[in-house]
Design a protein around this ligand. Sequence first.
Ligand SMILES: [Cu+2]
Length: 286
Amino acid sequence: MDKKFLAILALLMAGILVVAGCGDSSQESHDKGHEPGMDSDHNGHMNMNSGTGLSDMMNGYQLTIKNGPAAGAATPITFTIAKAGKTVTTFDREQTQLIHFYLIRSDLTGFQHLHPSMDHNGQWSVRPQTVTPGRYRIFTQFIPHADAKNGQIVLSTSADVPGVGHDAATLLPAPTLSTQVDGYTVTIDTAPKAGALTPLTLRVNTNSGAPVTDLQPYLDTYAHVTAFHEGDLAFSHLHPEGEVKGSGGPNLKLAAELPEKGKYGLFIQFQTHGQLHTAHLTVTAE
Ligand SMILES: [Cu+2]
């Protein structure tokens, strides 16, 4: 990673898709000993801005991939998180999980959001669904127990999966506010603006237009939204506001803050009848 890239990264870290109330927690400010922003919203959820996640090291925590993704058959991906050369083995749960793992192809296809398991030596392992050849970025999101007060850390690294079709790229779908998945229509009421907090309302209807009111909690939320910026794959993550109790929907309130203009792939995950659905749409931040 070169210096210019790091400088751009630091700028990007000034703010990214965050839930309202987040402070700054850029890598730069950590390095200067500044306490990162970490607020609770009115429901007591921790909301933390962990930057773009485009570095494999933050606050001394280092992500090392042991076995990267391979094409075709789902061989396990293994990795460790270390600090000062020591493998970290204690993590605090966030959104019900000790670690969140994301795989994304450079053309914003192949999204996978998984929950690896850790052995007693601190080696994480996860078996992805089928991976097609191409360039990927692997993201891990976690709260190290020893530094829990500093909030979550997002680390990532690139992974190359050789094979036929490695250089093929799917064009990003046209920007739209609505998309369909598994019989559901997911709509956001406005595209997020670059550099400004944008309150959003996300709505889930059936494809015939009936409001969906039986959303089940998934990872302590009714919709788990992950966004990746076209090009650099900068990672963002936001949750709806509002309490998770019983069934949810059809309207979910979110707040987005995108630091720069451009296109983002949004992956909206929600659960009904025990089934997880992943809606995918492209938004343009003006
Ligand atoms: Cu997760």
